[in-house]
Design a protein around this ligand. Structure first.
Ligand code: FAD
Length: 528
């Protein structure tokens, strides 16, 4: 019996094995094999073809026997493939590869072919054994999967948002160009950082969503890279499972779980939104300031007029008493009576004028009370005041609780309160003409209140004026500054309306420290 090459020979050359299987069985095995099997001579002329070969190629035995194997070639297989094939089998080594074959009817199929040289006792190749199967469909499916993968990858890559696919151990399996850019900006591995922030934000809700594969949509998180501006991201998470494709899971399907994270950089949008919010606050406070200025001016005018009017009232009363002691009082002809009447008329007119001025004083605007985070209020005010602080060469030291609580109050009123106190501090620096200009703002959470302190290194307020400065129309700044002396009175009014206290710290000697204490919002541990 002719020898097969060593690889195949090893399985059949054992004498005991050959003897235990009658020789005609080998023929039957080849005849009945589902693989297309052919045996050729050294020039690849077909000497034998099994039924599966005939079925696959469409030829009958009569048509194919004696023909060369090249009859099956569709002539698109590269020359190099055949050269390799022949080089390999000439060295009595099996060859395996893919060839494009043509059936008898002209249709093409992809053949997964293995050729084994058949070597005789003298070590010479006498025949070739060819075994092939039609793998067109397998190839089509593989290509389809590859095409879809390429399509998905190019779609994902061209997306304007960062997309990353993670396995159960949060290892990155797939990402796109935008995600790679994020790695450059935020360092390794942005997805892990963002997931940690989302988990911290959602607490138990994250695990719940994960356990029932419930999507998480548009979670906004902020990343603060060292020495760089904060970045804002809107993150969405989808979970999905996939059947394990490993051999182990063939009969016992196992699910693999993946997490798809979509990351949209909304930093620019946030910055615009923030600028818009600060501008709106600026406009609102400016309007309030204008109205407050009008209120101060008109109230000042009323106050200024009330003094002389009171004097006139006293004069009128005295005159009336004196006239009541003379005969024929108020005859209208004597000069005292005429004067008294004229005085009464004048006073009546002044009273009417005063009422007109009072009615022109704009109403205090009403706001719906709500939870107000004082840190945020102060932060906004500092943003608004930045140009002025920079212009005046003032250094701001801001000491604040990381977990500062909230108060229940009117946000714009509270903003006005602290805006006034900051403005007073800035003006105090101008009076002092010192190069040491430090504005300290502190916001601490006490057991029952929030305490804000605003310190300046200006001339300070003498102890004897600590309480007086809160009186309306009291000012230490003189007429040049055109101050009505209503700023601290207004501040005290706002504080009192919020159930708090305001005072000038008598212990503070390096300038002025104003302390404001406001009750914390009910049920507030940290924030409302
Ligand atoms: P060429 O490669 O130009 O050669 C022409 C013929 O010369 C060949 O058919 C072959 O008979 C002979 N020849 C070429 N090189 C050598 C060499 N180095 N030594 C000895 N003789 C050589 N091809 C297919 O396309 N489809 C198949 O299904 C297929 N099955 C094969 C099965 C077996 C067992 C063998 C041995 C070869 C098979 N071939 C098959 C290869 C085939 O013989 C041709 O090499 C190939 O089809 C290229 O055709 P061609 O006309 O360009 O031939």
């Amino acid at each position: 019996m002719a020898k097969l090459p060593p690889e195949i020979n090893a399985t059949v050359s054992d004498d005991a094995a050959v003897k235990s299987v009658p020789e005609h069985i080998f023929r039957q095995v080849v005849d009945q094999s589902a693989l297309a099997i052919s045996i050729t001579d050294e020039q690849s002329n077909i000497l034998y073809a099994n039924p599966a070969f005939l079925r696959t190629t469409g030829y009958s035995s009569a048509e194919i026997l004696g023909q060369n194997q090249s009859r099956l070639s569709y002539r698109v297989t590269p020359r190099l493939v055949y050269e390799t094939l022949w080089a390999q089998i000439k060295r009595q080594r099996p060859w395996n590869g893919l060839l494009v074959n043509k059936r008898r009817d002209g249709s093409r199929y992809l053949a997964d072919l293995t050729i084994s040289p058949v070597v005789n006792e003298e070590g010479n190749t006498t025949h070739y054994l060819g075994m092939h199967r039609d793998v067109t469909e397998v190839h089509r499916l593989e290509r389809q999967v590859q095409n879809q993968k390429n399509l998905i990858e190019s779609v994902v890559d061209s997306a304007q948002v960062a997309i990353v696919l993670l396995d159960e151990h949060e290892r990155v399996l797939l990402d796109n160009q935008e995600y790679k850019k994020l790695i450059g900006d935020l360092g390794q591995e942005p997805a892990v950082t963002l997931l940690r922030l989302i988990r911290a934000q959602m607490d138990d809700a994250f695990e719940q969503a994960q356990s029932c594969h419930q999507n998480i949509a548009a979670r906004v998180v902020c990343v603060e890279p060292p020495r760089r501006a904060a970045r804002w991201f809107s993150c969405s998470i989808s979970w999905f499972g996939e059947q394990d494709v490993g051999a182990d899971a063939f009969y016992e399907p196992q699910q693999k779980h993946y997490l798809l994270l979509t990351i949209a950089d909304i930093s620019e949008f946030k910055r615009q939104q923030e600028a818009l919010r600060i501008n709106s606050l600026h406009a609102l406070l400016s309007e309030q300031e204008r109205v407050q200025g009008l209120r101060e001016s008109l109230a000042g005018a009323v106050y200024q007029l009330e003094g002389p009017l009171n004097t006139l009232s006293a004069v009128s009363l005295m005159l009336e008493r004196r006239l009541s002691g003379t005969p024929s009082p108020r005859s209208g002809t004597d000069s005292g009576g005429i004067f008294a009447t004229a005085l009464e008329d004048a006073m009546k007119k002044i009273h009417e004028a005063l009422e007109t001025v009072r009615s022109c004083i704009p109403e205090q605007t009403t706001e719906t009370p709500q939870c107000v985070n004082l840190n945020e209020v102060l932060s906004d005010l500092l943003k608004l005041s930045t140009p002025r602080l920079l212009g005046a060469n003032i250094v701001v030291e801001w000491q604040t609780d990381a977990n500062s609580g909230s108060v229940f109050g009117q946000p714009v009123q509270l903003s006005n309160l602290f805006k006034q106190l900051i403005a007073n501090a800035v003006e105090a620096f101008d009076e002092q003409r010192s190069s040491h200009r430090v504005l300290r703002i502190g916001c601490v959470t006490r057991a029952d209140c929030m305490e804000v302190s605003i310190e300046d290194s200006g001339p300070g307020i003498p102890n004897e004026l600590r309480f007086k400065v809160f009186q309306p129309f009291f000012t230490t700044k003189g007429a040049v500054q055109q101050h009505m002396g209503l700023g601290l009175a207004m501040a005290q009014d706002i504080v009192v309306r919020h159930g708090g206290t305001i005072d000038i710290d008598p212990e503070y000697r390096r300038g002025c420290r104003v302390r404001v204490q406001l009750p914390r919002a009910a049920g507030d541990d940290h924030v409302c």
